[in-house]
Design a protein. Sequence first.
Length: 330
Amino acid sequence: MGATGFANGDGYDNNWVQSLVTNVPINLAGTSTNKLTFKTKFQAEYGYDWGWVLIKGSNGGAHWDTLASYSGDFGASCINQTIDIPDTFTTVTQPIVLQFLFGSDLNVATSDSLGAFTGWTLDDVQVKSQGNPPGGPVRFFDDMEAGSGKWLASTPNPGTLWHLESAPSTSIPASCFFLNTQLWVPFAGFGFGIVPDHADAISAYHLRWPETLTHVIEGTVEILDELHTRGQPLYAITNWNGDKFRETRARFPVLSRFRDIVVSGDERLLKPDPEIFHLYSRRNGVKLEDSLFIDDGPKNVKGAEAVGMTAHHFTTPEALRAELVEMGLL
């Protein structure tokens, strides 16, 4: 899971999400003690960039379950991996489906690895049962050298800041072939982070995001409108994904009241990092000591105060209004 067109021809970028999902039936009915084996080379930033081996049945509503997860640098050579597949997957609706899922966070990784974090390489993927069940013990095998016919290489479309790229076509290790595929890589955006066992939830985050935006806090909107009418300069700092914030901004015109909004997903900074407050100050020519910062997160409030801002810990519109009146802003 890497990139192409670079000197080394391997590696992966920040904010990276890619998956390989089996595209041929794997039937475990009537088998037992199945083992998934493969050769792998895994080199990624420990604790921040992760690979998962996932499995699910074909029954309606099935969720992905984790068979194994990887993070860190396992060395520059291919190693053999063996993973037990629980016998419970022999009784679910067949066929079962396997997924190799890889994701990275905001920093450290590079599109061209320079021999450091090369990503995840796979070869000789096999599912084999014990004994000699009907149909033979080998339930799936791919030497990864005949193209992508046995796999679906995909990811939830992360949005407009990502583009489709071929990967990779160079630097194929002699003992560990890398499947050529199409994948999404980022121009910019927010991090992938550590995910739960259910990869379905990752897709739902992208596809069903609008369902989470149900309403505004009317009392707060009224305060915002009053401040805007009085000519008070309004700015915002948000710890949101850049793409998702743009979707949200289009749905809520009240956000146009702000002269500028610093979006962490675009800037790769998070509240309460002091730098995000200084960025707001520099970008808008506003002194921090002249700013009132309002946030419902105590850590963010303390972070703002630490850089010299006056801060209000938001709890209710009524409490906010009372303080603004006391300060002479309303």
